[in-house]
Design a protein around this ligand. Structure first.
Ligand SMILES: Cc1cc2nc3c(=O)[nH]c(=O)nc-3n(C[C@H](O)[C@H](O)[C@H](O)COP(=O)(O)OP(=O)(O)OC[C@H]3O[C@@H](n4cnc5c(N)ncnc54)[C@H](O)[C@@H]3O)c2cc1C
Length: 470
């Protein structure tokens, strides 16, 4: 692999005139802003960033990168924890210019550009009373979230985001554009529903939407000292709750406003709920939850985009993030003790632990129907160390790793790939489990040289393990 300084000025200029988008080199006034990604713990300096405007730009940029043997990063929303949307010295294909959301009200489907973020999708679908299941922060990119899985507020009721992909337009490693769906390129259609950005650059998705306008949701929080008891109750409750009710368990600190002042900087365990069923039954649904006497609750009816954006303000771009994750089948008393211990030692106001339920509709899809192998796990867990100050990078990383190590022994062995950092090939294999070999076969067919390697990488046969850019 080469870096951009090995490419002549003339060749760069020729390329620049061939595209509609903008080429950003190191001396460009927007370079520093353009190279930044959401996770400020990752600072990399690509040789060239291309802000693509259309599919032809993506194709030409990819072929330029290939011709000059540049390491290639593909950036959707730039939210990836491990920072796979950026690279050192090479080429970044930025998709943020590929934005367009078209709602088909009759079909209840949505066409979305490869560079959109979820807030833009929600904005377009909500007026028609439609929604596509996504995550819990609406500034996240559609591209990375959808290709990796998509676990969020609607997972129990409707399933994961990948369960709603009907079709995708993709630029493959050889520069060709294909449309994949259940009939065309069924192998690729299978692989992109969980296998990440390994197989090509998705320039547009078509999603199935659901009729959904308002939900009832929000947090219920208990003092951290009650973690063991509340977690045991939650485990029993959520497994038996109607599928229209979702709720992820958390250990967290209340950082400040808009929460009441007397709670600021106090540690809590709790659940963030989202009920997407018949709203006339909401009071009945929440009755047993409120009977647990939370110290603080803010459950109310709101438009679906409001719950999607509830945490956006808390987590702006540019913070330090360190992630660790695993799937879990059970929440035992021993695990409750560890959650109490590490929840009581949360190092900074924004660091948190979440357990997302994988049940209901998300669990009814077979574990080989898509690459998302852990449909039989009960929870996708994630621990995030977060803080604005780079001086606290070690502190949040150490807490996150120790918390993860304390619980890993109780896990199902692998993690949701979108909740992982760059953690090595064994972790990638554990994450795709029995689906890894099929993914290798498809990767070897469509990207035998591993052009798309900055992701939770499926290494094609005859290519040495991905070591570049680590
Ligand atoms: C604050 C926050 C909250 C989150 N909450 C959730 C959540 O609730 N549920 C959940 O499931 N996940 C969640 N995530 C994780 C999220 O799904 C991943 O970080 C995901 O990788 C982000 O996608 P992106 O497009 O923004 O990232 P990027 O960094 O741009 O890309 C991530 C990976 O996807 C590839 N990629 C992106 N777009 C495309 C495309 N169009 N074609 C081909 N490859 C592409 C990139 O090459 C890279 O390998 C959250 C992340 C953050 C930071």
């Amino acid at each position: 692999m080469r870096t951009i300084d090995k490419v002549s000025k003339q060749e760069i200029e020729q390329f620049e005139t061939s595209i509609r988008g903008t080429v950003i080199l190191k001396d460009h006034p927007n370079y520093d802003q353009s190279r930044k990604i959401y996770n400020a713990m990752i600072q990399k300096y690509p040789g060239m960033i291309v802000m693509c405007t259309d599919v032809a730009d993506v194709q030409k940029t990819l072929l330029f990168g290939r011709k000059h043997q540049l390491i290639i990063a593909v950036r959707g929303g730039g939210h990836n924890g491990g920072g796979f949307g950026i690279c050192e010295g090479g080429l970044v294909i930025d998709l943020s210019g590929l934005k367009s959301v078209r709602v088909d009200v009759e079909e209840k489907t949505v066409r979305v550009g490869g560079g959109n973020i979820w807030a833009e999708v929600d904005h377009a679908t909500h007026p028609y009373g439609l929604a596509v299941p996504a995550g819990i922060v609406s500034t996240t990119g559609v591209g990375g979230l959808s290709l990796g899985g998509g676990v969020g507020h609607l997972a129990r009721n409707y399933g994961l985001t990948i369960d709603h992909i009907l079709e995708a337009d993709m630029v493959l490693a050889d520069g060709s554009l294909v449309t994949v769906n259940k009939d065309k390129y069924p192998d690729l259609f299978w692989a992109i529903r969980g296998g990440g950005g390994n197989f090509g650059i998705v320039t547009s998705f078509k999603f199935q939407a659901h009729e959904l306008t308002n939900v009832v949701g929000g947090p219920t929080l208990w003092p951290i000292e009650r973690t063991e008891e509340v977690m045991a109750w939650y485990h029993e409750f959520i497994q038996n709750a109607p599928e229209t009710l979702n709720g992820f368990f958390t250990t967290m600190i209340i950082p400040g406003a808009p929460f009441p002042e007397h709670l600021h900087m106090k540690k809590f365990c709790g659940v963030v709920w989202c009920y997407s069923g018949d709203l006339s039954k909401a009071t009945e649904i929440f009755e047993p939850i409120l009977a647990k006497n939370p110290l603080f609750e803010h459950v109310s009816e709101m438009p679906y985009p409001a719950i999607q954006g509830m945490f956006d303000g808390l987590f702006p771009s540019g913070l330090q993030w360190y992630w660790r994750a695993d799937f879990f089948g059970e929440l035992t008393d021993e695990m409750g003790k560890e959650h109490l211990k590490y929840g009581s030692n949360i190092p900074t106001a924004l660091s948190q632990m979440h357990l997302y339920p994988i049940s209901g509709a998300a669990a009814r899809v077979g574990s080989s129907e898509t690459p998302w192998a852990y449909r039989d796990a009960s929870y996708a867990g994630v621990i995030v160390g977060v803080d604005p100050d780079p001086k606290n990078a070690d502190k949040i990383t150490d807490w996150c790793k120790s918390y993860w190590e304390a619980l890993h022994g109780y896990s199902s062995g692998g993690a949701y790939s979108n909740f992982m950092m760059d953690e090595g090939q064994d972790r990638v294999k554990a994450s795709f489990k029995h689906n890894y070999d099929r993914l290798v076969e498809i990767k070897s067919k469509y990207d035998p040289q591993n052009i798309f390697r900055l992701n939770q990488n499926i290494v094609p046969v005859n290519v040495k393990q991905n070591t570049f850019n680590k």
